[in-house]
Design a protein around this ligand. Structure first.
Ligand SMILES: Cc1cc2nc3c(=O)[nH]c(=O)nc-3n(C[C@H](O)[C@H](O)[C@H](O)COP(=O)(O)OP(=O)(O)OC[C@H]3O[C@@H](n4cnc5c(N)ncnc54)[C@H](O)[C@@H]3O)c2cc1C
Ligand SMILES: *[C@@H]1O[C@H](CO)[C@@H](O)[C@H](O)[C@H]1NC(C)=O
Ligand SMILES: *[C@@H]1O[C@H](CO)[C@@H](O)[C@H](O)[C@H]1NC(C)=O
Length: 325
């Protein structure tokens, strides 16, 4: 057993880090918000969430995305999606500003990767690909991971902490992983920026992932065990949590364009609205060790896509130094 470790945050980043680190360490998670909680102070319960590889990623970011994909792919094969919320589905991805689908880095990662014929593209799209991908329902996945961790002896403490000294004092651990998402701002990093998202949950039997990137950022994400899909999306600097009603019909119009009008009959009065904030950061995702603090935040709209890869990197950063001691 390695030395004990404390993790700030019980969102997907903190939980994934705990899943990896608790194999070799006694782990304590300290978090203001826990799986099962709602509220807008954290991002994880509100994600779609789709495993949608991030096109413009550095080599190390690609490596993290690959590791994360492998984790969810394996989980989908060993656990029923009604328990884990993790489901493999066919995915179609359209681009309206880009045509380089031959050289995209994830063509060898995503199973059944195929380039679409131009005749199959929606109006105004320039290219498209198809592959198998993964949908994650946070409402099931977060409590599922928490329960696995508790069985392993990981301790969950509900507390808002203001400094690393406070964490060290509370837990007695030297190493602290900072997976505090948007909350990282309060802990001193002013480059952290919440990015507003608005989506809606629609009851339907539609069962494929569809996404459009470029000038019309739009997606449909079936959710395991929910009987419906999440559709979106929008990114904006707006900071209020009011539902934008015009945006709802705009999203629906855009979704119909990429699904051959599969949602022609939807009554927007009957859908559930979601407004939430992604933990963005100037300079992007930060996974870095600074003394005894390991930072793991700033995943913006891709926290699930990066989660288990970030966790593996956090582990590397911790074990490297241990080997040197
Ligand atoms: C509408 C929407 C759609 C999205 N869709 C996707 C998607 O399809 N795919 C995808 O990969 N991602 C998606 N995301 C992004 C994803 O939700 C986030 O990237 C991810 O949840 C970030 O997880 P996190 O654990 O880093 O942070 P969070 O989920 O914000 O968790 C932070 C944790 O830290 C705790 N904390 C913060 N400050 C303190 C403190 N001072 N003391 C103690 N605890 C503290 C919080 O209580 C919480 O437990 C979406 C987000 C939104 C809003
Ligand atoms: C594209 O068209 C070719 C020739 O018509 C066909 O063989 C191929 O299967 C098509 N590709 C897809 C992804 O449908
Ligand atoms: C396609 O683009 C043209 C020109 O920008 C626009 O007028 C038209 O409405 C678009 N069609 C769709 C279906 O988005």
């Amino acid at each position: 057993m390695g030395e004990p470790i404390a993790i700030i945050g019980a969102g997907i980043t903190g939980l994934a880090a705990a899943m990896v680190l608790s194999l070799d360490h006694k782990v304590t998670i300290i978090a203001r918000d826990h799986p099962g909680d709602l509220g807008l102070a954290w991002a994880s319960p509100w994600a779609g969430a789709i495993y949608h590889p991030q096109k413009d990623a550095s080599a190390s970011e690609q490596k993290m995305q690959r590791a994360s994909f492998q984790y969810y792919w394996n989980l989908a094969h060993r656990e029923d999606s009604s328990k884990s919320g993790v489901l493999i589905l066919p995915m179609t991805e359209y681009f309206d500003d880009w045509t380089d689908e031959q050289s995209i880095w994830y063509r060898d990662l995503m199973p059944n990767y195929q380039i679409l014929n131009k005749s199959e593209l929606p109006e105004n799209c320039t290219s498209g690909v198809k592959y198998a991908s993964i949908s994650m329902n946070p409402v099931l996945l977060l409590p599922y991971l928490m329960q696995k961790l508790e069985v392993r002896g990981v301790k969950f403490v509900r507390k808002e902490v203001m400094s690393y000294e406070e964490v060290r004092h509370l837990t007695g651990t030297r190493i602290v992983v900072n997976a505090s998402g948007v909350g990282a701002k309060a802990l001193g990093d002013l480059s952290v920026k919440p990015i507003r998202g608005q989506t809606m949950f629609v009851k339907t039997k539609f069962n494929e992932l569809v996404m459009r990137e470029g000038s019309e950022y739009t997606y449909v994400i079936p959710r395991a065990g929910s009987g419906g899909v999440i559709m979106g999306g929008i990114k904006s600097d707006r900071m209020d949590a009011e539902v934008d009603v015009e945006l709802k019909s705009d999203i629906l119009r855009r979704v119909n364009r990429i699904t051959n009008n599969a949602f022609d009959e939807i009554d927007l009065e009957t859908v559930s609205d979601i407004v939430a904030f992604r933990p963005g950061r100037d300079g992007g995702l930060r996974v870095e060790r600074n003394g005894d603090v390991v930072h793991a935040y700033g995943a913006a709209g891709a926290g699930y896509i990066y989660s288990f890869g970030v966790a593996a990197r956090v582990q590397e950063l911790i074990e490297q130094t241990r080997a040197r001691l």
